[in-house]
Design a protein around this ligand. Structure first.
Ligand SMILES: Nc1ncnc2c1ncn2[C@@H]1O[C@H](COP(=O)(O)OP(=O)(O)OP(=O)(O)O)[C@@H](O)[C@H]1O
Length: 299
């Protein structure tokens, strides 16, 4: 659905995006993570058709987006600072959106501003950053886009509204296969929200993973033995990381859950638990093994 095919972008002599290849599947949510200046906004703007790539193809449904105004009407971008016309209200902005976007739904618009308890006649310029962001979501989701590209969309939203917005996005993804590409500095923000994540650093995608596959493939074990087993215990599994505190071993291991379970039980542990792994832990260990310290890249 959304694809960056070896895309690069320079600003003068500075290369902000370097040969990036990303694929966001239809009906999925892709989290683009990265620190300040990583190149996320530049990549999102190319994929929204706002700026042109120097090299490679930013594509939507197999077409280079920059050259296709018709496709741009179905792909909406919410920038990190939403823009509204001077002195307008949500209602006035809605008239503009209705005129531009063929699939605009007035019913959805009323439903959404009711949901957020939003005064549609109040001037948007007098509203807080978080309320302006809510307004951007109300307008954008009422345009019923096929794909949404969101730059730091949760900044400035309180935790309740943040969850409401996430739920609305998930609803559109599951009910009508909307595709979402979302950038964030915050790994925890993406947990339980994205289907896939990519980590961007200094213009490149360092690491990319499907989260379902990742969570199935990596486990965290806590085991204790009356008598410590020999080295075959650790050598018999693909251990990414382990810590030993007294008699308790905590191991992050890769591989089939059933095979791991059989291997561990063969050593007759006194205590054996499989603990939930956070996205941060998976990243810390996986990226650590390729030479990056995730904590230095994102929070
Ligand atoms: N129009 C521009 N002219 C010159 N340099 C630019 C321009 N836009 C972006 N850059 C540079 O490109 C790099 C990537 O910027 P970009 O905004 O894409 O990063 P980002 O990952 O979105 O960062 P942040 O999380 O801070 O918003 C930065 O070094 C930035 O200064």
């Amino acid at each position: 659905m959304i694809k960056a095919d070896h895309v690069s972008k320079r600003f003068g002599r500075f290369e902000a995006v370097k040969d990036v290849h990303v694929h966001v599947k239809k009906g999925s949510i892709y989290g683009l993570l990265g620190s300040n200046g990583a190149g996320k906004t530049t990549l999102l703007k190319m994929l929204s058709g706002i700026i042109q790539a120097d090299q490679g193809k930013p594509m939507i449904e197999g077409e280079v987006i920059f050259e296709r105004p018709d496709i741009k009407k179905r792909i909406l971008f919410i920038p990190d600072q939403p823009y509204f016309f001077h002195q307008t209200s949500l209602l006035q902005m809605a008239s503009f959106y209705e005129a531009v976007y063929d699939r605009w739904s007035t019913e959805r618009f009323h439903q959404l501003h009711g949901h957020f308890d939003f005064d549609p006649k109040a001037k948007l310029s007098r509203m807080s950053k978080g309320m302006q962001r809510q307004a951007a979501f109300i307008l954008t989701l009422s345009a019923m886009p096929d794909a949404l590209i969101l730059d730091e969309p949760f900044d400035g939203l309180d935790p309740v509204v943040r969850q409401q917005v996430k739920n609305l996005l998930i609803q559109d993804v599951s009910s009508r296969e909307m595709t979402v590409l979302v950038s964030s500095h915050n790994l925890r923000e993406m947990e339980d929200f994205c289907d896939a994540v990519g980590v961007m650093h200094k213009g490149r995608i360092l690491y990319e993973r499907d989260l379902e596959e990742l969570k199935i493939d990596v486990s965290k074990l806590q085991v204790a033995f009356k008598k410590m087993p020999d080295e075959t215990f650790l050598k018999g599994m693909e251990v990414i990381h382990f810590e030993k505190r007294g008699r308790v071993l905590t191991c992050i291991v890769r591989g089939n859950e059933g095979d791991i379970d059989r291997h561990v039980r063969a050593y007759e542990p006194a205590i054996y638990d499989v603990l939930p792994l956070t996205l941060e832990e998976i990243f810390t260990y996986e990226m650590g093994s390729v030479g990056y310290e995730i904590r230095n890249l994102i929070v």
